[in-house]
Each structure stands twice: as structure tokens, then as C-alpha cells.
Design a protein around this ligand. Structure first.
Ligand SMILES: [Zn+2]
Length: 301
């Protein structure tokens, strides 16, 4: 099964119930930027993963953290990345399912850059760009990648960025499982993060592909995490429609430049494929954003 994200400026009626400080629903002409999330569940079939059967696709050039040489659970052939289930035409009904249940804007009007699916070998480059411009961001970590990159988690925390749980192996259907299974997945992810940084606060949970369910929301909250959505998706994950390079970089940068407003939470990725265009785009666009907005990590207290 493939997975995707749907950027929704949702009428987040439940937000007020879900998180203190989150202001009224942000109704807008939702741009319907239906977005495919990087498909990479297959690679997350690590030992102990709740449901290896849910893993399916992995795009070419996927994160080296899940390369065959480093992760035996990774599909041996890139062809696995292009399985029919990876087609953007599949299962539109799943797009962004439940995203309206999550926080979709910051409480204080700051702009939150969020980077999902890592850590990976691209994470240090993202960290370098953020450091260059003295920007704090939020990283939504996948458990199996945390397991491979404790050092990068430590670097993220040391740099002052906020952590977010993005599930153990990016199971887009996690929220449809039993509360106990959801809890096990989220707790296992938090535990792995805490092996790297014992005291690191993990105050957010972003369901893979934004497929929040009431059960997933409830479990996340019971573990002290706020469901985290987004309201700007530059589709930097879309390596099917785009090849890494200047045009893709410009596309991402232009989207961010034109869709960021006060309170925007921007979805981006530091794993799940070649992230060079994401990195280059933020090098271009962060200085301009800083002219108009405060770029901040999501609060942890
Ligand atoms: Zn993701």
C-alpha cells in the first residue's frame, strides 16, 4: 500500500480539544495539494516491527539508511520501489485521512519547518543549513532510522531542534490498528529515541501520511504527544514527478516562498529518497522567510 499526504488547511475543530494554545480552526480554501508521502514502508520491516506485511514500496534512490547494504530488511532491488502500489493513482481515498484531527498551525504565529522520515545521511546537511541561518526546526523521526542513527538524533537535540514521533516503521495504517498496537509502536519509537538521548522531550506525534484516527490521536495524547499535522506541503518527497536538480529545487523553494504565512507548519523531508533538492531549496528560501517570519521549533513545554 502506498502512502500519501494531503495538505489540508483543515477546519481543525478538534484542535482546540487536542492542544492547549492552539487557536481557532484555520479555515481556508484548502489548496488540495494532495501529496504523496515518500513511500518507504517496505524498508522499515525491522525485527520487532509491528507489521512487516504493511511494508511495500520504496522509491529509487531511497534513503541510504535503508539500503540493502545496511539494512537487510530493505528490498533488494530498486524495482521494488516502483511496484504498482506505489502509483500516485492508487487509493486516493487514503489521502490525508484524519489529518484534520491534528494541529495544523502554530499557536504563536511562528513558522515551523518540519522534516520527516529521518534521520538519514541527509540529516546533517539539513542541520548545517539550519545552523547557518540560526533556525530551529522540528524533526519527525522514524524508529527504525533512529535505531541506525543515534548519533544524528543526538546532533538534532544538541542543536536545539524539537523531536516528533513519526512511528516505528512508517506504517500508514497504524491508526487503524488496536490501541494497544498503536501504543506499542509509538512507545517503541520513543524508547529508541531515548536510547540515543535519554531525556529528550518528544511532545509531538505525526501519523505517517497524516492518517490520524481517533485511536491514534488518543494514544498519542495519552503518551504526552500532540498530534502534529501541517498546512503547507511543497511535495519535496515526490521523486516520481521530479528529478533532483535545479528545477525541482526551484519548485520546492517557490512553493514554500508563496505558501508560508504566519503560523504555517511546513512539511518537508530529510529521508525517503534523494533530498538534495530539499536541502538546496531551504538554502535559497530561509533567508527570505526570516525577513518576514520567526522560524521556530515547535515548543516542548
Ligand atoms: Zn513520513
Amino acid at each position: 500500500m502506498t502512502r500519501r499526504h494531503l495538505a489540508v488547511c483543515g477546519v481543525a475543530a478538534l484542535i482546540g480539544l487536542l492542544m492547549a494554545g492552539c487557536t481557532a480552526a484555520h479555515a481556508s480554501s484548502a489548496p488540495a495539494t494532495s501529496a504523496w508521502h515518500p513511500a518507504h514502508d517496505t524498508a522499515y520491516g525491522a525485527a520487532g516491527a509491528p507489521s512487516p506485511s504493511t511494508t511495500t514500496t520504496h522509491r529509487p534512490g531511497g534513503s541510504p539508511t535503508r539500503s540493502p547494504s545496511t539494512d537487510p530488511s530493505t528490498p533488494a532491488s530498486p524495482s521494488a520501489s516502483n511496484s504498482p502500489s506505489g502509483s500516485p493513482s492508487a487509493s486516493p481515498a487514503l489521502e490525508g485521512k484524519g489529518l484534520q484531527l491534528a494541529m495544523d498551525k502554530t499557536a504563536d504565529g511562528s513558522v515551523a519547518l518540519t522534516f520527516d522520515d529521518g534521520p538519514s545521511e541527509y540529516t546533517p546537511q539539513i542541520l548545517a543549513v539550519l545552523k547557518q541561518y540560526n533556525v530551529k526546526a522540528t524533526f519527525c523521526l522514524v524508529g527504525v532510522n533512529v535505531k541506525d542513527h543515534h548519533d544524528l538524533v543526538q546532533q538534532i537535540v544538541a542543536a536545539g531542534h524539537t523531536l516528533c514521533n513519526h512511528s516505528w516503521k512508517h506504517d500508514e495504517h497504524l491508526g487503524d490498528k488496536s490501541p494497544d498496537a498503536i501504543r506499542q509502536d509509538l512507545q517503541m519509537t520513543n524508547d529508541e529515541i531515548h536510547k540515543a538521548v535519554p531525556d529528550a522531550p518528544i511532545k509531538y506525534f505525526r501519523h505517517p501520511a497524516g492518517n490520524f484516527t481517533p485511536a491514534a490521536v488518543q494514544v498519542a495524547q495519552s503518551l504526552g504527544m500532540t498530534p502534529l499535522g501541517w498546512n503547507a506541503d511543497p511535495r519535496d518527497w515526490d521523486l516520481t514527478a521530479n528529478k533532483p536538480g535545479a528545477p525541482f529545487t526551484a519548485k520546492i523553494a517557490n512553493y514554500v516562498r508563496t505558501h508560508v504565512h504566519a503560523g504555517t507548519i511546513v512539511l518537508s523531508h530529510d529521508s525517503g529518497g534523494d533530498r538534495s533538492s530539499t536541502i538546496a531549496a531551504y538554502k535559497q528560501v530561509i533567508p527570505a522567510l526570516k525577513q518576514k517570519y520567526t522560524l521556530a521549533a515547535l515548543p516542548t513545554s
